[in-house]
Design a binder for this molecule. Sequence first.
Ligand SMILES: Nc1ncnc2c1ncn2[C@@H]1O[C@H](COP(=O)(O)OP(=O)(O)O)[C@@H](O)[C@H]1O
Ligand SMILES: N[C@@H](CC(=O)OP(=O)(O)O)C(=O)O
Length: 454
Amino acid sequence: MKVSKFGGTSVASAEQIKKVAAIVQADSSRKFIVVSAPGKRFDADKKVTDLLIELANAAIHKEDVEEKLHNVVNRYKEIAVGLGLDLTICEVIKQDLNSRLCESQSNLELFVDNIKASGEDNNAKLISAYFTSIGMPAVYVNPKIAGLIVNDLPDRAQALPVAYENLSKLQNVSEIIVFPGFFGYTKEGRLRTFDRGGSDITGSILAASVQADLYENFTDVDSVFCANPRVVNSPMEIEEITYREMRELSYAGFSVFHDEALMPVYKRGIPVCIKNTNNPSAPGTRIVAERKANHRPVTGITADSGFSILYVSKYLMNREIGFGRKLLQILEEEYISYEHTPSGLDDISVIMRSHQLTPEKEVRIMKRVVNELHAEDVHFRHEFSMIVIVGEGMNNSTGLAARAATAISRTGANIEMINQGSSEVSLAFGVHKSNENKILQALYSEFFAPVSAR
Ligand SMILES: Nc1ncnc2c1ncn2[C@@H]1O[C@H](COP(=O)(O)OP(=O)(O)O)[C@@H](O)[C@H]1O
Ligand SMILES: N[C@@H](CC(=O)OP(=O)(O)O)C(=O)O
């Protein structure tokens, strides 16, 4: 049996939801359907999740919420009309949103999470009503009642082991289950959302819980491509990719599948297939434990922006026991996680996601590094991107780093940092954000384009 997750673009309109119904009807093993909130119908459109965040913020700032509430309800109304559903469902959705808006604001994160999650929750109710209306036996299942228990990390909830046990009982339900993605509940009953794009995580948890034969992830592209199709023109499709490769690529910019969604299925060896709702007969990309070897050392190239570098230098740093620990402890005390720490004899750079910093935090950190570690030069630099090259074949391929560095140098960009992952399936370059796209294109030509096209 299969768990099939349909992303925001697949459930953005009545037309898209009709395609979803046809896909589910075409294969009786598609028993568990996980849905996102309605996503973008066209490039300039807004996702319902973003409309809901605007709504929650308006309520927090005591602004008039009527128009924002109307924008959300209207998205569902258009869908309900297009699907020929009884419009009382829109009244129910409006009441649901109003009651969420009346919840306590004593903890703002919980307040926002509760409103954000309504996007998938109401869409799951609506889609299950549609399935039933066309004669498909379907039920909406609420994550609280089903026992999707998560820990209490704001914005980054993670399922607890008991969640898998609870959800496994859904195997006994005879109807098609329509399950909202993106959120679960703490043991105390508080709603918590996953990271953005987290409906992929729900699908994976459910697939692992019910021991699915396959986790299908339906989106709006035929496959995962070797590079972002918005930056590289017609990149090659990836037929098969390992969990390890996909995790590295998703974490560093392949937004088509959330990196945290890999662990639950990986642990149980459940294959994942990324497929296109608009072209379901295309084979898609399979994510598996081991793939057939091919002649290419590189499987994918990705880029992610929004990084800052903390540069610290001190003469004889290499001789000082505990320097690295003390430096990282200062970051820990500011609640900052880091990505890489390339170092030399007398200097170290700590690379972190910029969104964790504020001007005040930066000043505090620099002061502490000077006062407590007696560093000679301490400064932050911003606007960096990480370019990551990933492939299982990289660990036994000589000269690959040199090829990549030469291709980057041809663009005229400066490489600020190089980091070879210890697993040797990835190689990362820190570069200034302004060079990101041209580097991605240069690396794609180096590793994927035929020699004559370079
Ligand atoms: N390497 C890649 N391969 C395929 N798609 C990619 C890649 N990198 C980025 N994307 C983007 O991911 C998008 C699909 O993910 P997302 O917008 O989250 O879809 P959904 O709404 O189905 O969850 C694609 O439309 C594509 O623009
Ligand atoms: N709707 C949520 C969760 C999600 O997974 O969405 P999508 O399937 O559109 O990436 C978000 O926008 O983050």
